[in-house]
Every structure is written in C-alpha cells, then in structure tokens.
Ligand binder design. Structure first.
Ligand SMILES: [Zn+2]
Length: 410
C-alpha cells in the first residue's frame, strides 16, 4: 500500500467527528475523550504490526522494530485545548501513522521506527505544558509543585493522572524511551501567519525561541487629577506607556524575528480622578539567539530607567520565567530544507515562537527538526484553525520523505 496523504486528511476529519463538537476539538489530556482518541489511534495502527507501549509519563509509543535498535522517532500530540482546532498536534500524529504504514509495508526497516503520541502537550487542564515530553527528556523537575495543582473543578493533578497509570514519583522513568533515539522529527501547523504571507506551503524550523518574562513596576505618586499641574506629576503610567512604545523600536533594532509584548498593565489607584501611582506591566520578550535576547532585555531595562528618570518615577524589574533558545540539529535542518525544495519548489527557514515537544527532545540531546505547514490566517487554539487540504497532503509527503532520508543517514 503506497503512502496515502488523502487518507491522513480523511482520518483527521474522522477524529474530529469522534472527539470534537460544534465548538471544536475536545481532546483535553487526562479525560475520557482523550482516552477515546488514544484507543482510536491504537486501532488505526493495528494493521502495521507496530507494538504499542505506554511509558511512565503516559506517552503512547508505537514501535516498528528494525534491524538496528537505533531509532528514528516521529512525534506529535493528540491532546487539544478545550474547543481547539482539528490539526494542532493531531496532524503530526496522523501523518506519522501514514509514514509507519508505508515503512511497515516495505518490510523490516534498517533502523527501529517509533511513533510517539506525547501526553498532555497543551497543559490545558493543569497549566503544565509538555508534561510527557519533559518527563521523557528528563527535564521535568516541578513534581512537588505539580502535586498541588488542581483543575477548575478542584480535581488534583495526581488524582487525574492516576487512572492512566501515571504517578509523579515515577514519571521520570520515561527517560529510558529516548535511550536509543538517533533522530526526532515533528511536523506541525505553523500556528502563525509567516508562511501564508510568503505564499509557501512548508518551512523548516530552526529552533524554538528563548523567552524572558518580567514584571516591570513603575512607581510615582497618586495625586488629584484636577489640582495637580501637568509639570508636577509623577505619573507611573507615563513610564509604562513610553516603555511599551519603545519596545517596538527595540524589537525592530534587534531584528532576527525578535518579538516583545507588554501583555498587561495594571494601574493603581485606577480611578479617573487620580494620577496613576503604580503601573505593573507584564513583559514577554523572545528571540532565537541567546545573546540577542539578552541584549534586547538590557535595552528594555535601560529604556525603562531613562523613562523613569525623565518622569520622576522609580522602576523595578522582577523575572517571572525564562527559558533559553533551543536550536534544532543543523544536519536535519539541511535535510528538511532539501526535502521541502524537492516537493514544494521553495522553502523557508523560520523560528518557532511557541514551544513544542520537539524542544524537550532536542534539549535531551537527540538530533531534532520540525517542519511547519502553513496555517490559514495564522489561527490556532480555536475551531477556526485550518490548513488547505493540498497543503496537508504535501506535508504528509514531506514528513514521509524526510523520514526516509533520515533513515538512510542513520
Ligand atoms: Zn501542538
């Protein structure tokens, strides 16, 4: 049976029928609907002879044993956000199914080929993304905090994962799964507007952005809005507003895809008759290059101090969270680029703003690459998420050809 990308599209529709509703996909991890999707996936792979195993973190593996124990891994996640799109995560899994079918049909592969359906990529229920892949990568270290997490109904994370055979005490045993991994491939919808704006179906992902998240607080003095002359004010919002506009310039000067977002500004006292005394800003900065990310952060800090001085304010920075950029494998990037050129006539290399399971696998030292397929209107995490059928089919062909080329290099 040759590769059938049309079947992948039909199966994605079938999965959406089975586990979605009029609001979108409902495959939230650690729920009955998610389990239903996992069982459906098992059925889809039964004919390939791939052996199914569930690891200590709840990841679902399908293994086609090859002549060598070295393994090519193909990954995705069948879980979704509530009322999510039909393609985020599921496309990768179902394209991987098709690749496994093609390989199984041709007989024993020279290396072992494994498809992994990562558990709880989205973190939709407990706010902890990349659960399964971080356990397999050995980077999960927040078990104590996770024990305290509860969902919106008050169910604790340990209670929710127990029925799936997962225990935070032993989840890191999933590390063994990456022991023989020689390469990891992940196909994903772009979830952004870049490829569509360039009129390209496919692109190669260079890595995932490093992120610096800070709370920036400007402090001035509350004063009466009527009696305080303009030149005698210490208006904290003036500092925040000037910083917000300057961020756009800082990102432009930095270049290389730099993005800066002031996602929230809370002002106090927050009434119409008072000058703003404190403005608490939440700032998110991202870049693929560690040095440029650090420079961008320094520039924002310097600008905030300048504005604070000019507006007679105090400013304070507090780091909320950060992660370093994670770069994908140079050789696999070349191979993916070549594959896309062959199939689409042109290719493009781009960073990923969102984190993906692939970032965890790469962090664990497994040579990794991702391929993005165009997202219509750049939308994701909504039922409006979509990709042209011809592009979905091309993406399946690209993953298959890349898998074949990778096997030949292992
Ligand atoms: Zn995803």
């Amino acid at each position: 049976m040759p590769l059938s990308p049309e079947r992948t599209v039909a199966e994605l529709h079938e999965l959406q029928e089975l586990t979605g509703d009029e609001n979108g996909a409902q495959r939230v991890a650690w729920t009955d609907t998610w389990q239903q999707a996992r069982e459906w996936l098992r059925g889809k792979l039964a004919a390939t002879g791939a052996e199914e195993t569930i690891d200590a973190a709840g990841n679902q593996w399908f293994t086609l044993a090859g002549d060598s124990e070295r393994a090519l891994l193909i990954g995705g996640h069948i879980d979704s956000v509530p009322s999510g799109g039909w393609l985020d995560g599921a496309l990768n899994v179902m394209a991987g199914v098709e690749v496994l079918r093609r390989i199984a049909e041709e007989g024993t592969p020279p290396v072992t080929v494994r498809l992994v359906n990562w558990a709880d990529e989205e973190g939709a229920r407990f706010g902890r993304s990349l659960f399964g892949s971080s356990a397999a990568a050995g980077s999960m270290s927040d078990q104590d905090e996770l024990r305290q997490r509860k969902d919106a109904d008050g169910v604790s994370l340990p209670d929710a994962i127990a029925p799936f055979g997962v225990d935070l005490d032993t989840a890191l045993e999933a590390r063994g799964e990456l022991e023989n991994a020689a390469a990891y491939l992940e196909l994903h919808i772009e979830q952004g507007p870049v490829l569509e704006s360039m009129d390209l179906p496919l692109g190669v992902v260079l890595g995932t952005f490093g992120v610096e998240r800070h709370q920036v607080t400007f402090r001035g003095q509350a004063a009466h809005a009527g009696s305080t002359p303009m030149d005698q004010r210490r208006d904290a919002l003036a500092g925040a507003a000037r910083l917000e506009l300057e961020l756009k310039e800082i990102a432009a000067r930095t270049g290389g895809g730099a993005v800066c977002t002031m996602g929230s500004v809370v002002t106090r006292p927050g009434i119409v008759t008072s000058v703003v005394e404190t403005a608490e800003c939440l700032l998110d900065q991202r870049h693929l290059d560690e040095i440029q990310l650090a420079e961008m952060l320094d520039n924002a800090k310097a600008a905030s101090r300048r504005f604070a001085q000019e507006e007679d304010l105090e400013v304070e920075w507090e780091r909320i969270w950060n992660i370093e950029p994670i770069l994908f494998d140079v050789g696999l990037i070349e191979l993916a680029d070549e594959t896309i050129y062959e199939l689409a006539g042109s290719s493009h290399r781009l960073p990923s703003g969102p984190l993906h399971d692939a970032a965890e696998v790469a962090r664990a030292g497994v040579p990794t690459v991702m391929v993005f397929v165009q997202s219509l209107r750049g939308l994701s995490h909504t039922k409006l998420e979509d990709t042209k059928e011809e592009h979905l089919e091309l993406a399946v062909r690209a993953l298959d050809r890349l898998a074949q080329k990778t096997i030949e290099t292992l």
